[in-house]
Design a protein around this ligand. Structure first.
Ligand code: FAD
Length: 306
């Protein structure tokens, strides 16, 4: 039996999306595109491209999503933030992206212009937060809208209740799903999800999974955005400072184990932070038994899709 006959018709039990950031140099673009082509073969539910803060930030994102729309069959979502932009400006961006073929957005407030940790003040004539942006998107067209969620609380939120209230506002305004900040402790996610459901929020909350490309960098980033890197994660990299292959294997194992544990808890949809790199991502999928061309199983129970 040939390889193609063996793999044809294979079904996978989980759905997933891949997040990219817009490449800013020709060299980065070439590397990103190789990753896109390799990961496209896994037939993700959708891919998304992040968005910087402020009006000038749209150019790299626009170029990236336009290329995805024009040259692939991937469902493509553009992230969009409201930082430093008036309502009219944001509405113009939405229409411009729609005219380029974008039907999906990840609607975000964005980080304070002074950087994470500084005080946020909305643009005087702008949308106040992501919930207002969801309404603005819905007023323009019937887009598919994802929003953020924070299992470990957003650093600016007073407490989890404030965080969940914001997610509820985004869901009530029309968000289709939430994609979470990355986390490593699945108990924390499950606890958060229980609070979300108790608050009457029924949209899918899709765990954001971060395969660890570089532990030191990740720890710095996690500290800024209020995500924790538990000791059990650090232990997996102990003694591997001079062993890049060992670190790669540890990172792939960790991410795959995290997904498998979440699947055992009834989750069947995942958002992967790819960092524009396909090698580690495909190693994770390989450990999950997912091959290029596998299609989503019809047999996935409804509970697991939510
Ligand atoms: P919101 O949902 O509006 O708020 C998040 C939380 O912060 C709320 O729970 C609320 O309680 C609290 N909060 C908000 N404003 C205030 C305030 N003024 N006072 C007190 N509490 C407040 N950033 C980018 O720049 N570009 C991206 O492409 C991008 N993509 C992301 C994708 C995902 C899946 C996630 C999880 C995050 C992403 N971010 C991105 C980061 C995000 O922009 C920041 O976390 C930002 O600080 C909050 O944006 P938000 O849409 O989550 O805000």
């Amino acid at each position: 039996m040939s390889e193609s006959t063996e793999t044809r018709g294979r079904k996978r039990a989980i759905d997933f999306s891949f997040e990219f950031f817009p490449p800013k140099t020709a060299e980065a673009e070439a590397g990103w595109w190789r990753s896109v082509e390799e990961l496209a073969a896994y037939e993700p539910g959708f891919v998304s491209v992040t968005y910087g803060a402020g009006a000038t930030s749209q150019a790299p994102t626009y170029a990236a999503v336009k290329r995805l729309v024009d040259e692939t069959r991937l469902q493509t979502a553009s992230h969009l933030t409201v930082v430093k932009a008036g309502k009219g400006e944001v509405d113009d961006v939405i229409r411009r992206f729609r005219d380029a073929g974008i039907r999906r957005f990840v609607a975000l407030r964005g980080d304070p212009p002074g950087g994470i940790g500084t005080a946020y003040s909305p643009h005087p004539g702008g949308y106040a937060n992501a919930a207002a942006l969801v309404s603005a998107l819905k007023a323009i067209d019937d887009f598919d809208i994802s929003v953020s969620a924070y299992p470990e609380k957003h650093p600016e939120s007073a407490d989890r209740a404030a965080d969940v209230a914001m997610l509820k506002a985004k869901a009530e305004n029309g968000a289709d799903r939430a994609l979470t900040q990355f986390f490593f402790d699945n108990d924390v996610f499950e606890d958060y999800l229980n609070d979300v459901r108790r608050a009457g929020i029924v949209i899918p909350v899709v765990p954001g999974i971060m395969p660890i490309q570089n532990l030191a960098q990740l720890k710095r980033f996690a500290a800024m955005c209020g995500a924790s890197v538990p000791a059990f994660v650090e232990r997996r990299f102990e003694g591997l400072d001079d062993d890049p292959d060992g670190r790669f294997e540890a990172a792939a194992d960790l991410a795959a184990e995290q997904v498998q544990d979440l699947v055992a808890r009834g989750i069947a949809d995942f958002h992967f932070y790819t960092m524009n790199k396909s090698k580690l991502m495909t190693a994770v999928l390989d450990r999950l038994g997912i091959k290029p061309g596998d299609t989503l199983s019809d047999a996935v129970p409804e509970r697991m899709r939510a």
